[in-house]
Write a protein that binds this ligand. Structure first.
Ligand code: FRU
Length: 316
C-alpha cells in the first residue's frame, strides 16, 4: 500500500484560513452499515432488519459532523483508501461541508467498516468494527498546515504517532487549543495525556482502569496530564467535568422518552463540548448543553439534521 500524494494538493489554509476559526478533527473515517432490529438477536440466530442504512462513522468524523451543523468550518484528517467505501466516506464528509483535503489517501487501501446492530428495544448499538488501513502517521500530519485552525481534536489512537503529532502542533501553534478523546485502553495511551488542553475520557476507559467512581478517576488523572480540563461522560448517569484545582461538576443525562439510537452519542457530546469551549462557556453550562444534545441524539436516528431538530426542541 503506498501513499498517494496529490501533485497539486491545495493547502488547508486556502479554505479555512479566511476565518482562522476552523476545527481540524484527526482520527478515523468509517463506513457504518447500521441494521435496526426489534430486539438484539441471540448468537447464531437469523433475523430480519427493520431498516438498514449506510452512514458516515468514526468518532472524529461524527464529532465534525455535529460541529459543522453548529456552523463551524471543519476539516478532517485521517487515512482513507481508494475503494468505493472510501469514496463514499469522503463524499459524505464533503457533502456536510467538511474539508477532506488534509486526509491521506492510501492507494489500494480499504475503508474501515463497522457492521452495527441497533436494538429498537433498548437503543443499544453493538458494533463489529473491521479495519486493515494503516493509521495516520506524524509525517502525514506534518503536511497539514495548521495556520487556519482554531481547534484541533484528536482521537487517542496510535499513541507513539499521536505523541509526535501533538508535539508538532504545540511547537508550530503553541496557542492552539487541543482536545483529545481517550476512548479505549491502549498500550502506552497515557503518554499522550501531556499536550492537550482538554482530555475527554470514556466511561469504558475509566472502567478499564478499574475505576468505578468518576470523582476518584478524575482525581487520579491530574498528575498524569498537563490538561486544564477533564471530562468524563458517564452514559445514562450523566457527565462529569473538572478544571485543574476546581470542583467536580456534574450534569445529569437527558434521556429521551424513547431511546431509539445511541450510536455516536459520545461523539455528539464531544462536538457540543468543543463548540461550548470555543464559545467560552463555563463548566456547568458546557456539561448541561453537551448532555442535552447527546440525549436528544439518542431519541432519533443518525446524526443528519441533529442540531436543527435539537434547536426546534429548545436546545441552544
Ligand atoms: C461511534 C463510532 C462508529 C464507528 C465506531 C468506530 O462512536 O465512531 O461510527 O463505527 O465508533 O469505533
Amino acid at each position: 500500500m503506498t501513499l498517494m500524494v496529490e501533485a497539486n494538493n491545495p493547502t488547508v489554509e486556502a479554505i479555512l484560513g479566511h476565518s482562522g476559526e476552523a476545527i481540524l478533527g484527526v482520527g478515523c473515517g468509517v463506513l457504518d452499515i447500521v441494521s435496526a432490529v426489534a430486539t438484539y438477536p441471540e448468537e447464531d440466530a437469523e433475523v430480519r432488519a427493520l431498516v438498514q442504512s449506510r452512514r458516515l462513522g468514526g468518532n472524529s468524523a461524527n464529532t465534525l459532523s455535529v460541529l459543522s451543523q453548529l456552523g463551524h468550518a471543519c476539516a478532517w484528517c485521517g487515512t482513507i483508501g481508494d475503494d468505493p467505501a472510501s469514496e463514499e466516506i469522503l463524499a459524505t464528509l464533503r457533502g456536510q461541508g467538511i474539508d477532506t483535503r488534509p486526509a491521506r489517501r492510501l492507494s489500494g487501501g480499504r475503508a474501515p467498516l463497522s457492521c452495527i446492530t441497533l436494538s429498537r428495544a433498548t437503543g443499544s448499538r453493538t458494533i463489529v468494527h473491521y479495519r486493515d488501513l494503516p493509521e495516520l502517521t506524524a509525517v502525514d500530519f506534518a503536511r497539514v498546515p495548521l495556520a487556519g485552525c482554531a481547534w484541533l481534536h484528536f482521537e487517542g489512537r496510535h499513541p507513539a504517532e499521536t505523541a509526535l503529532m501533538l508535539r508538532h502542533a504545540t511547537q508550530h501553534r503553541p496557542e492552539l487549543s487541543i482536545s483529545l478523546e481517550i476512548e479505549k485502553t491502549r498500550p502506552d495511551v497515557e503518554r499522550i495525556f501531556a499536550g492537550p488542553r482538554v482530555l475527554i475520557f470514556s466511561r469504558a476507559y475509566a472502567l478499564g482502569q478499574g475505576c468505578q467512581d468518576p470523582a476518584a478517576f478524575l482525581a487520579a488523572q491530574w498528575p498524569r496530564t498537563t490538561a486544564e480540563l477533564l471530562f468524563l461522560p458517564w452514559g445514562k448517569a450523566g457527565a462529569y467535568g473538572q478544571a485543574r484545582q476546581g470542583p467536580l461538576r456534574f450534569a445529569p443525562a437527558q434521556v429521551p422518552a424513547e431511546v431509539v439510537d445511541t450510536l455516536g452519542a459520545g461523539d455528539v457530546f464531544n462536538g457540543a463540548l468543543i463548540d461550548g469551549l470555543l464559545a467560552g462557556l463555563g463548566l456547568e453550562a458546557l456539561l448541561a448543553r453537551a448532555t442535552a444534545l447527546a440525549g436528544h441524539k439518542c431519541g432519533r436516528d443518525g446524526l443528519a439534521g441533529l442540531v436543527a431538530s435539537a434547536r426546534i426542541s429548545g436546545w441552544r
